[in-house]
Design a protein around this ligand. Structure first.
Ligand SMILES: NC(=O)c1ccc[n+]([C@@H]2O[C@H](COP(=O)([O-])OP(=O)(O)OC[C@H]3O[C@@H](n4cnc5c(N)ncnc54)[C@H](OP(=O)(O)O)[C@@H]3O)[C@@H](O)[C@H]2O)c1
Length: 326
């Protein structure tokens, strides 16, 4: 099969089109013929070798966590999926198997969800990593409810876009930061307040909108971009920061949180919860309750270019790789 492979760690230039053996279904797993794969910041961190602390890579390696397509083969013991089912998966990459920048990939059924015919493969492939992580933050960590307030730092990115969509779907009030080119985009996702982080004082803007502070802050950007984040919370509120894995990045100060009477929480997608979360998110899409974030498509052989764009840090919504016409 065709796949964008890497034979060593490095920058996006190490990705090249190659021919490798098609995966076979094993017990509890399915093989999926991929229509679209989506590109996440974790992918370039994987190519750089940063994720080798989590799993062992065997070269030639294929990156890419997310894919949507059709089941091509089912492994022994799999009863809930059949050949031809339209599905989305967060793949077996997190356990060191080859990922989604390929014509076929193998996935544990625990990380596969069935798509309604109304959900197209592009919309589906964008979901897993970004949406699961925001879902983890909003529902498993914050337990956000209708009427509560949240500031989302990085509202135009993958995680940020899904966080706005989820929070509004729950009936929360949402403020989000973004650059000037994304103000309308973020409002279009449903944000009640869009804050231009380049020209506005974010703390003042939040306090003018929610005088006592907000219930939650979700920082999807990190790297010290939200230095007053803890001060934006009302007493008892929680700031969740998504693990960026960027080395030596400035972190929020637990002592400051204690002094202010607010909570600090780490947000990271978890193997234990991600399968259940993917199913719940896909169910919302299957029922037509959520729209897709902005989606941009590049051909599979431009995976390196897609990773350069993501690494640059200003993609709107999600970039997808088109693998096959299915
Ligand atoms: N550990 C986990 O479980 C996990 C899972 C998912 C993601 N992550 C991490 O979370 C981070 C975000 O992921 P992602 O997929 O959302 O990334 P992304 O889609 O690449 O985020 C890009 C967005 O960040 C915004 N941005 C950049 N600088 C900003 C700033 N100073 N203030 C506000 N917004 C800013 C950009 O908006 P503008 O162009 O408008 O500036 C752009 O839309 C990454 O580091 C990723 O690795 C971790």
């Amino acid at each position: 099969m065709r796949a964008m492979v890497m034979d060593r760690f490095g920058g996006p230039e190490v990705l090249h089109m190659g021919e490798i053996e098609r995966p076979k279904a094993t017990p509890g797993n399915v093989v999926i013929r991929v229509a679209y794969a989506s590109v996440n910041p974790a992918d370039w961190k994987c190519v750089d070798g940063w994720l080798s602390q989590y799993f062992e890579y065997k070269f030639p390696f294929v990156v890419g966590f997310d894919a949507a397509g059709v089941i091509a083969e089912v492994g022994e013991g799999v009863t809930n999926f059949k050949v031809g089912d339209r599905v989305v998966t967060s793949s077996n990459l997190g356990i060191g198997e080859r990922g989604s920048y390929a014509e076929y990939l193998r996935s544990d059924v625990a990380r596969v969800a069935k798509l309604a015919d109304s959900v197209d493969f592009k919309t589906a492939a964008a979901i897993p990593t970004a949406a699961i992580t925001s879902y983890e933050g909003l529902y498993d960590v914050f337990r956000i409810k209708a009427g509560q307030t949240i500031l989302i730092n990085g509202g135009a990115g993958g995680c940020g876009s899904y966080a706005i969509l989820f929070a509004k779907n729950t009936g929360a009030r949402v403020a989000a930061t973004c650059g000037p080119a994304n103000l309308d985009y973020v409002r279009g996702l449903g944000a009640d307040l869009a804050i231009n982080y380049r020209s506005e004082n974010v703390l003042n803007a939040v306090k003018a909108w929610a005088a006592e502070g907000v219930d939650f802050v979700l920082d999807t950007v990190g790297q010290g971009t939200l230095k007053d984040g803890l001060k934006m919370l009302k007493k008892g509120g929680t700031l969740g920061f998504i693990a960026t894995l960027i080395k030596d990045e400035p972190l929020f100060d637990p002592e400051e949180a204690k002094t202010l009477g607010v909570n600090l929480a780490f947000v990271m997608s978890s193997h234990e919860r991600s399968g259940r979360q993917l199913t719940e998110i896909v169910d919302l899409y299957n029922k037509g309750k959520l729209k897709a974030p902005a989606l941009e498509v590049l051909p599979l052989d431009q995976a390196g270019e897609a990773q350069r764009r993501v690494k640059d840090g200003h993609v709107r919504g999600k970039i997808l790789l088109k693998v096959a016409d299915i």
